[in-house]
Unconditional design. Structure first.
Length: 169
């Protein structure tokens, strides 16, 4: 009888436990992305901008992007949208740093928004933004930082909106 009780208890415990294959994603909170945004905004001397950062699901972003930026130059307002950790295909330990990198990437696009926009040079702009983002992250994170930069895809095909930029996967 004790054996049966232990067996039933063991089955119940094993069924209620999370499966080993289910990855638990790190929590990246709205407060954390707000902090990263404010820190990098200050470092990049962009305090005259009102910037909001939102964590959004992959369905709220264009395909093959990790984040995007919409801005209004006249009002100095901008919204950065970053991919929700639940939608990442990275090891959980790498997700927070990648989200922070996306914020930096989008802030650099915002810095460059004062330049004339030409859809034919969007791929070049994306390469430049990646290089600057990588350099800033190396300075901030130290020699151990390894960039996870993707080759710039055809950025002009993704958006024809001159007040939008996205970080591609």
């Amino acid at each position: 009888m004790k054996l049966v009780a232990l067996l039933i208890l063991g089955i119940g415990v094993s069924l209620s436990a999370p499966s080993p294959s289910a990855e638990i994603r790190p929590m990246v909170t709205t407060e954390q992305v707000d902090l990263w945004t404010k820190q990098w905004q200050k470092r990049l001397d962009m305090n005259d901008w009102r910037i909001t950062t939102l964590i959004v699901r992959h369905s709220d972003l264009k395909p093959e992007t990790l984040g995007n930026l919409h801005w209004d130059t006249e009002n100095h307002t901008a919204t950065i949208r970053v991919l929700d950790p639940r939608d990442y295909e990275l090891p959980p330990s790498e997700v927070p740093q990648d989200i922070e990198y996306t914020i930096v990437h989008e802030l650099i696009h915002l810095q460059l928004s004062v330049l004339p926009r030409d859809l034919s040079t969007r791929t070049v702009e994306e390469r430049v933004v990646n290089k600057i983002s990588e350099a800033l992250f190396h300075l901030e994170k130290g020699a151990g930082y390894r960039a996870r930069v993707f080759p710039a895809k055809n950025a002009a095909a993704k958006s024809k909106n001159p007040t939008e930029a996205s970080r591609a996967q």
